[in-house]
Ligand binder design. Structure first.
Ligand code: FAD
Ligand code: NAI
Length: 475
């Protein structure tokens, strides 16, 4: 006997679990199916983000940053540290505990919102007048029928062709977060977001890190001026980033991994490392979903085809998050989940892709929202730019971290903010002000006229806004 629901959500990552909560708040009878297993085989809600993505990576970034501070920066404050040592097992244990707190938190939220959770793989079996029939294959097999279905099955790491992940020597993001000892030599393929964040973790803990990147430009999606500033900081830290490379044969043995590669000048090179992390992007995940059974349309990348409202080609079937077009970010998945639940309830859920912020949690942090200077140039839009360096910010000096700047880009005629780009301390938090401003279609003068607390890093934001009109006060 199948169990009937108004809404079935397949996938319990940030897209799926948030969609389930919002749908339940709106009065729907909701089920969520998720197959992620913890080390004991039990459920681990939260998807990639909670288990092998955002949360554990930030836990390791914090631990390694603390170690780096104690080793290299505490002395500036008169703090002497003797016998500094890293207990990697303890660091990983702390990370696992942080992950578990988040897993448990989502289970609690499901109970609170009366969402029925099924642990196992959800597969479309057929569609009928009653809705979509979905089988759950797991420790307790079941059959559910839902009037509406939200697919939030996320993404998987892409491997290099012919070089599968073994998670021992050749690591995806999963293995990269479980390395049991600091590798003396670490290689990364791809200097995107994961490459830089994971490279930073292990470099701070003492690894000799080399990153091989195919593109000739560093962080091509980031504003060029900001990317240049970040690259300078990474070079100074000793993160070796090779651009414009072609990766050839990868050989892996018990003692290490050797990567044949060609540099930008066409010279053949070999990189010998103890571990290799491959972070060359992620692919949408529809494995075992039974998309073809119900005629769900996928594109050539395997992503589920949706319109701007996250509607698929099938009535009452929606898809959100990493498995559809758009940036692969947890907060984008969450916003889509909320918007879809509201649309199902006849409301007008909305996601503005132009105000989705990006953050790279390296040190310095890199954060941005809206358009880059190169995008504005390419589109022919007339703009004004204003920058302010953290070097001239009192709070940054007191913190002992004056790397980087805030940069504003505003329309030349109307002064509307078109993009804000930050490289420097707490960029991840500072960017929120810019997102709010852009959501309200503020001008740079609006920010420049707002009273910002002193001393705070946010004064650099105000000063960068003032710089658009060439009237900074402290630089
Ligand atoms: P996912 O989180 O991938 O969740 C999908 C869930 O569906 C999984 O639990 C999966 O097991 C389950 N599933 C799949 N198929 C089925 C099925 N048929 N039946 C049942 N269950 C199924 N983004 C940020 O915004 N900030 C960050 O700091 C950040 N850091 C990251 C760090 C790393 C190392 C990685 C890899 C990613 C990071 N991301 C970050 C990206 C972020 O994790 C994803 O954008 C986000 O998890 C996407 O959410 P989702 O709900 O679409 O899918
Ligand atoms: P990415 O798309 O950020 O970067 C991949 C990089 O690999 C690119 O620079 C690309 O040019 C390069 N590349 C591709 N093929 C290559 C090859 N054969 N040889 C050498 N270089 C190659 O992907 P990444 O780092 O794997 O992360 C996946 C996604 O996860 C990100 O795009 C982001 O959406 C999400 N993420 C977000 C984070 C955040 O918000 N802080 C943190 C980590 C991941």
């Amino acid at each position: 006997m199948s169990k009937q629901f108004d809404v079935i959500v397949i996938g319990g990552g940030p897209g799926g679990y948030v969609a389930a909560i919002r749908a339940a708040q709106l009065g729907f009878n909701v089920a969520c199916i998720d197959e992620w297993k913890n080390a004991k085989g039990g459920p681990a809600l939260g998807g990639t983000c909670t288990n092998v993505g955002c949360i554990p990576s930030k836990a390791l970034l914090q631990s390694s940053e603390n170690f780096d501070q104690a080793g290299h920066h505490f002395a500036d404050h008169g703090i002497e540290v003797k016998g500094l040592a890293m207990d990697v097992a303890k660091m990983l244990g702390r990370k696992d505990a942080v992950v578990k707190q988040n897993n448990d938190g989502i289970q609690y939220l499901f109970k609170k919102n009366k969402i029925t959770f099924f642990h196992g793989r959800g597969t479309f079996a057929r569609s009928s007048d009653a809705g979509y029939e979905i089988t759950v294959a797991g420790s307790a097999p079941d059959t559910l029928v839902g009037k509406h279905v939200i697919i939030a099955t996320g993404s998987n790491a892409r491997a290099l062709p012919g070089v599968p992940f073994d998670e021992e020597m050749i690591l995806s993001n999963d293995g990269a977060l479980r390395v049991g000892a600091v590798p003396a030599r670490l290689g990364l393929i791809g200097s995107g977001v994961i490459g830089l964040e994971m490279g930073s973790v292990w470099r701070r803990l003492g690894s000799d890190v080399t990153v091989l990147e195919a593109l000739p430009t560093f962080l091509g999606a980031v504003d060029e001026q900001i990317a240049r500033e970040a690259k300078k900081a990474f070079d100074k830290q000793g993160l070796k980033i090779e651009l414009g490379v072609r990766v050839g044969e990868v050989k892996s043995g018990k003692k290490g991994v050797s990567v044949a590669w060609t540099n930008a000048r066409g010279e053949a090179q070999t990189l010998n490392v103890d571990k290799l992390i491959v972070s060359i992007g992620r692919a949408p995940n529809t494995i075992g979903l039974g998309a073809q059974v119900i005629g769900l349309q996928l594109d050539e990348r395997g992503a589920i085809v949706v319109d701007w409202d996250c509607k698929t080609n099938l009535p009452n079937v929606w898809a959100i998050g990493d498995v559809v077009r758009g940036p692969m970010l947890a907060h984008k998945a969450e916003e889509e989940g909320v918007a879809v639940a509201e649309r199902m309830a006849g409301q007008h859920g909305h996601v503005d892709f132009n105000t989705v912020p990006w953050v790279i949690y390296t040190s310095p942090e890199i954060a941005w929202v809206g358009q880059t200077e190169q995008q504005l140039k390419a589109s022919g839009r007339a703009y004004k730019a204003g920058t302010f360096p953290f070097l001239a910010n009192g709070r940054a000096r007191a913190l002992g971290d004056t790397t980087g700047m805030v940069k504003f880009l505003a329309d030349a005629a109307t002064d509307e903010i078109l993009g804000v780009h930050i490289v420097g301390p707490q960029a991840s938090e500072l960017i929120s002000e810019a997102v709010v401003a852009m959501e309200f279609r503020a001008s740079s003068e609006d920010i420049a006229r707002i009273c910002h607390a002193h001393p705070s890093l946010s004064e650099a934001t105000k000063e960068a806004a003032l710089a658009v009109d060439k009237r900074t006060l402290n630089f």
